[in-house]
Write a protein that binds this ligand. Structure first.
Ligand code: ADP
Ligand code: MG
Length: 592
């Protein structure tokens, strides 16, 4: 555990080390504060013993002048220490924030899907600010206040050994108490952080699913879940509050006890003339100056504990393995030409077996097929039969359990993912668009697309008509995930996005499911006309969508059970005919 904590510190510290000069400046400023701190009580000794008791009036202005000068310099040092420490902390924190975001994008889909969106959001909104607080305030308090403590204690020793040692006897019980409470607080803080993730998830769902919640009258259930989490957070927070609230007075009572003892002993000492009145006042003043740094140092524990808990979750994420990019530099060079010439199949699946980690059944079971250049392939099958999984594997989102996938005779695992994906235009299920303008959304497909290419893509995807009617047209902002457009319009934009990408392989996963047959046909004709030199794989629910494809693959429960063109397949007594009939409404659809 302890080693673990040290390691976290070390890792956090590595974010700070690049700013060496700022660290030096801030430490110097803190040393200056520590030097100035005992000077104020030190001035009290001559003030009382010389100026007040002996009434020597000749230099009565000197000590007040010194006092003000000390305060000015101390103030300046405080300012420099604060600003420079905050600067370092904020530099480090923005770096951590960017690292986390970047790393999150590079995680494999599998890892990414294991996390709730709420947990991801709370990492940015809760964990990282926690580290920031820990880094900035803890850094100042730990260094400055320790130095001040050291300086003041040295001064106390200088005045009276006996008194100081008595005072120090009270320190260990205080330290023990602080440590104990801190441990309890840390475990509660971790629980609070996890619950905050749950809370964020509930909020997120209530926003995304507002229509479903209202229509299904699900408000009560949603409220209940939210209330439970919210109550849990309140209870745990109160637990922490109680612990930390009890912490401060306990320390103070112990300190007061020390003061009482010290005052008593001081009285004895001054009776024996070992302590002048000025020294006595100076000692008490310096001792009282100790309390603030001690209080801050005890309070800083909870900030640090929170920061450590938070940094643990951040570093755990940063330690998750990134998506393997596949291939080395050389294979990258070769793979650039992957999709050119050669008569061998463009895509080949050989006895491919695949299972999602969190599922019991195989998503694909011994699937074998070949697809040639410029072929158009239709994929049909009942929902859950493994159609989309084919696209997931082709895009390199998952690794297969058994068998082999080759693209242009190259094992898919040696093709760098960047290059593989560059060669794929994909319209997914469900369609996801960004909260931005029509134009920006299309440019996602290809940032270099010219205005002319964008217009052609809009035309081919049958989007031109409705885009023309939007306010601001192509610059219209479509809302979160296209909320301001209809489902069909979103699909058409997603198709336009895939068209400007102009990759050799097109994957359409129920890309036209929200459109009527007429628009669907218009789009299909446009695509097949403009994309003669492309390999197009279309997953479709409606048979009419894929009727014209060169070949049709029929999937059932993860198996590829029929291959052929429409006319051949319709002759056979099999799943395809069943699907066609169901699609035409002759036989009732038989759900599994
Ligand atoms: P289809 O596209 O034919 O409807 P899929 O290929 O999406 O079917 O899914 C095949 C099977 O794999 C289904 O049983 C589905 O529940 C499961 N599945 C799909 N995607 C995932 C995923 N990301 N994680 C776990 N299981 C999945
Ligand atoms: Mg699917």
């Amino acid at each position: 555990m302890k080693k673990d904590k040290k390691y976290l510190f070390y890792r956090l510290f590595r974010y700070v080390t690049p700013y060496k000069s700022a660290i030096v400046i801030s430490v110097f400023a803190m040393v200056a504060i520590a030097i100035f701190e005992p000077m104020v009580p030190a001035l009290l000794t001559p003030l009382i013993d010389e100026n007040l008791i002996k009434n020597s009036s000749e230099s009565s202005w000197k000590i007040p002048l010194f006092l003000i000068i000390i305060f000015i310099f101390k103030g300046l040092a405080e300012y420099i220490a604060n600003v420079s420490s905050q600067w370092i902390a904020n530099k480090a924190i923005s770096e951590i924030r960017q690292d986390v975001f970047e790393h999150q994008l590079l995680l494999p889909l599998k890892t990414h899907q294991n996390e709730t969106p709420g947990r991801i959001t709370s990492r940015f909104l809760y964990d990282i600010p926690q580290i920031s607080a820990s880094l900035s305030s803890a850094w100042i308090i730990l260094i400055r206040d320790s130095l001040v403590l050291f300086a003041l204690t040295s001064y106390l020793f200088y005045i009276s050994w006996t008194l100081t040692i008595i005072m120090l006897l009270v320190a260990p019980p205080i330290a023990f108490l602080i440590n104990n409470v801190g441990k309890k607080m840390r475990s509660s803080n971790v629980e609070i952080q996890e619950a905050t993730g749950e809370l964020a998830k509930a909020i997120d769902q209530s926003i995304k699913g507002i229509r479903e919640i209202k229509l299904y009258g699900n408000e009560k259930q949603q409220n209940l879940t939210f209330k439970q989490v919210s109550e849990y957070i309140r209870k745990k927070t109160m637990h922490v509050v109680k612990l930390s609230a009890a912490n401060v007075p306990t320390v103070q009572v112990l300190a007061a006890l020390a003061v009482t003892v010290v005052i008593y002993v001081a009285t004895l000492l001054s009776e024996q003339n070992e302590l002048t009145p000025g020294q006595f006042v100076s000692f008490i003043a310096a001792m009282s100056l100790l309390f603030e740094p001690i209080r801050r140092l005890t309070g800083v524990n909870s900030v640090i504990q929170k920061g450590i808990a938070a940094s643990k979750s951040i570093f755990n994420l940063l330690d998750l393995e990134q998506e393997k990019t596949n291939g080395n530099k050389n294979s990258l060079m070769k793979a650039t030409f992957v999709f050119q010439n050669s008569d061998s199949p463009l895509i080949s699946f050989k006895n491919v077996v695949f299972k999602y980690t969190n599922q019991d059944e195989l998503a694909l079971n011994n699937v074998t097929f070949e697809i040639f250049r410029n072929e158009s392939i239709g994929v049909v099958g009942r929902s859950g039969s493994g159609k989309s999984t084919i696209f997931n594997l082709l895009s390199g989102f998952y690794k297969i359990s058994d068998g082999q996938i080759k693209i242009n005779s190259k094992n898919i695992e040696v093709i760098p993912l960047k290059i593989l994906r560059k060669n794929i235009s994909w319209v997914g299920q469900p369609v996801v668009l960004f909260d931005d303008s029509v134009k920006s959304n299309i440019l996602v497909g290809n940032p270099n697309a010219t205005d002319d290419e964008i217009l052609r893509a809009l035309d081919a995807s049958n989007s031109k008509e409705f885009v023309e009617k939007l306010k601001n047209k192509i610059n219209f902002s479509i809302g979160p995930n296209g909320a301001l457009l209809s489902g069909g319009q979103c699909q058409r934009l997603a198709i336009a996005r895939s068209l400007v990408r102009n990759a050799p392989i097109f994957l359409f996963d129920e890309a036209t499911s929200a459109l009527d047959s007429r628009s669907e046909n218009l789009i299909h004709n446009a695509i097949t006309k403009t994309k003669r030199d492309k390999t197009i794989i279309t997953i479709a629910h409606r048979i009419s969508t894929i009727k014209e494809c060169d070949r049709i693959f029929v999937f059932d429960s993860g198996r590829l059970i029929q291959i052929g063109n429409h006319n051949d397949l319709i002759q056979q007594d099999g799943m395809y005919r069943e699907l066609v009939s169901a699609s035409e409404g002759k036989i009732n659809y038989r759900p599994k």
